[in-house]
Write a protein that binds this ligand. Structure first.
Ligand code: TRP
Length: 339
């Protein structure tokens, strides 16, 4: 029997390079070895967008296109729409009893999101509780492994706490999941901030065309002390080099560029030996090489919306079957399987 993977994304827009590095790449690599469920977490997306539920339909479609474009195979992965799985909501309610308010308050991801979104006194309970609901997402499918970006670590920790508590208390058999973090960790935004995030506007989308990618790379943050390109430059903490590490196919060339950038200096014509523009050009080319085939596949699938919705429908059906069988076990453990 294959083990199970569950992971997901909030359908708040098209997916970006941060998603790719943090999780999508791992999902594609693992889809042959695991039974994979991928959640389009529309209920979670509502926790901070509840005023505009009508945006979910197109966002779900766009995210499904991104999945297909990066090479997730719908024969191997069930694409599941979260709102259509009532068992997740049911499990969330039971899990809420097993978590204290202060436990969620301490969660660093929730903490920073609450700050970033500036909720203040208007913080919705639904948003506050989404980590509990995410624990239900993972558990409802009996997931052994959760490939996620490093920012999700506190979510997986909370999920594990809840599962241990549930099993101890009720003698249940919920699967204790493990996180799998990407080899590369977290991709910074184009502005050098710690995280690529659509709400900050520092992303490069998987579906950006070549011109857009070139433009975004050219305006990327680099070493601010390098005014002429001749000064010795900083490679550490410089997002251009972080991206080169993540996306350039030729590691030796990246090391060579790092050495030249660190050294600085000018050539016989008085021009920088390795200026920032030259580095960015090479990065843009590397990105376009990775994104080219993804764009092409995306454009193909985009022509067949009915196919994409069929994939979502059959994936959701597979998800429902799994979630109901896990939920039956959970109800029995809690001795509330009355009939
Ligand atoms: N919170 C995740 C994100 O913002 C999305 C998500 C929802 C998720 N449910 C999940 C990730 C379950 C892993 C497992 O990216």
């Amino acid at each position: 029997m294959k083990k199970t993977i569950l992971t997901g994304d909030r359908p708040t827009g098209r997916l970006h390079l941060g998603h790719y590095v943090g999780s999508l790449k791992n999902r594609v690599a693992l889809q042959n070895d695991y039974e994979t469920f991928i959640l389009l977490a529309d209920v979670q997306a509502l926790t901070d967008n509840f005023e505009t539920p009508e945006m979910l339909r197109d966002n779900i479609f766009q995210v499904a296109l991104d999945y297909l474009a990066v090479g997730l195979d719908p024969e191997k992965c069930a694409f599941v729409i979260q709102s259509q799985i009532p068992q997740i909501a049911e499990l969330t309610i039971f899990f809420m009893n097993l978590v204290s308010v202060s436990q969620v308050e301490r969660n660093p991801t929730v903490k920073s999101e609450i700050m970033q979104k500036g909720f203040g006194e208007t913080l919705p309970l639904g948003f506050f509780c989404y980590p509990v609901s995410q624990a239900a997402d993972i558990t409802a499918f009996g997931a052994h492994l959760v490939p996620v970006g490093a920012d999700q670590a506190p979510m997986i920790e909370l999920c594990r706490d809840i599962v241990l508590r549930f099993n101890r208390l009720y003698g249940g058999t919920l699967v204790l999941p493990e996180a799998m973090y990407a080899e590369f960790g977290r991709l910074p935004g184009t502005d050098g901030q710690a995280k690529m995030s659509k709400s900050i506007g520092n992303t490069i989308s998987l579906s950006d065309d070549e011109k857009t990618v070139n433009g975004k790379v050219m305006s990327m943050f680099t070493d601010p002390n390098r005014l002429t390109g001749k000064e010795p430059g900083n490679v550490e903490g410089n997002p251009v080099f972080t991206y080169l590490d993540a996306f350039h196919g030729d590691k030796a060339r990246v090391e060579e560029m790092k050495a030249l950038y660190r050294a600085g200096g000018e050539n016989e014509k008085g021009k920088p030996i390795l200026g920032d523009v030259a580095v960015k050009r090479e990065l843009a080319a590397a990105l376009n090489e990775v994104l080219g085939p993804i764009r092409e596949r995306r454009a193909e699938f985009e022509k067949s919306p009915d196919f994409v919705w069929d994939v979502l429908k059959s994936g959701t059906r597979r998800g429902l079957e799994r979630a109901e069988s896990v939920m039956e076990g959970a109800r029995q453990a809690m001795k509330i399987g009355y009939f």
